[in-house]
Design a protein around this ligand. Sequence first.
Ligand code: XUL
Ligand code: CO
Length: 437
Amino acid sequence: MNKFFKGIKKIKYEGPDSKNPLAFKHYNPRAKVGKKTMQEHLRFSVAYWHSFKGGGTDPFGPNPVYDRPWDQASDPMQRAEDTMHAAFEFISKLGAPFYCWHDRDISPEADTLRETNKRLDKIVALAGKLQKDTGVKLLWGTSNCFSHERFTHGAGTNPDAHVFAWAAAQIKKAMECTLELKGQNYVFWGGREGYSSLLNTNMAHEQDQMARLLHLAVDHKKKIGFKGTLLVEPKPKEPTKHQYDYDAATVLSFLRKYDLLDEFKLNIEANHATLAGHTFEHDLQVASADGKLGSIDANRGDYLLGWDTDQFPTDLYSATYAMLVILKQGGIGPGGINFDAKVRRGSFDPVDLFHAHIGGMDSFARGLKSAQKIIDDGAIDGFIKERYASYRRGIGKKVMSGKATFAELERYVHQNGEPEKMSGREEMLENVINSYI
Ligand code: XUL
Ligand code: CO
């Protein structure tokens, strides 16, 4: 496999002192951190759509600028096959254990659903062969129910039940392809599941529709025997003005309301959290606190642009905070850290894909190492534990066990007067984090 990325050999770990741009300085897949290897902790995945289908387009430049050698054949199925070969060459050389796709990334739509599904079967067979040859595994599959014009007013939340049926049929097939390729998860990102104007929208009805779609997916999962995790990926807006899966808290509440909570976890994306006005670690923490953090789409936004720029993650603080959440919940598997990120429009050489992923993987490897040390030393946890100590004794213990009453708490205040002031020590804790990064 040396056709599309000629001259690039398998990326190796060379250690922090290496000056080779095509080597890992921190990600050493077999090195142990705590009880697991880095590869087991991080479960890196390459996103098919950005890295192999992206053309570097933006709203002011709709024509591709990348000229990918795998995207040249005139026949669309030949292009799909070439792209699949390029993807496996890249992922193997990079040494990422996983990849992910949307159905329409790997295989182009034809005139009818029947023909489209036939094409998909052909490409899935090729993917299965290449997975076997290389050992690369499918982290998750998903369905693109947002790019085609039929989904302009949404898929599951479309006011036309005919479009709802299309989305259902497409998701059914994508779930079956995911099962066929032994995918470990299946993702729902509601690209246009929201509204553009309240003047033409029945919000309660659209949310009921969406819940029906997810229940149908759960039924189908059970019917075909798919054992992977179903994941919902929150995002507040873009392309819609308001997306119903706004953030982790909103999705958790939606799943609870519609009796879907036991069947789903969340796939949290950094740049979606920041678009919702949160930090990445905030949404990770919200999901994890509910036992529902299932997987991660790793990327970052741009503070000055404020839209979904999907840049590769290089911020060591953000990676450390993310890894703290992951380590404390005991890991991210069967989810992973998927680089839902794209190289910039000006980074059009195929080698830029390597630089981008190496940077993202090294950043999370550093985050992992720092987070493990912070946990091992009890550098932050000891402080947090002490901060809540009053709930483990006396009146606090009674509150938490449900035995206290308002009258008793009133008596407690009459007897004990004003509480002592306790500093939150934010600056001290920030200094502690700095000493590990
Ligand atoms: C879009 C996005 C998607 C999902 C999968 O912002 O993140 O690529 O990850 O549909
Ligand atoms: Co994403």
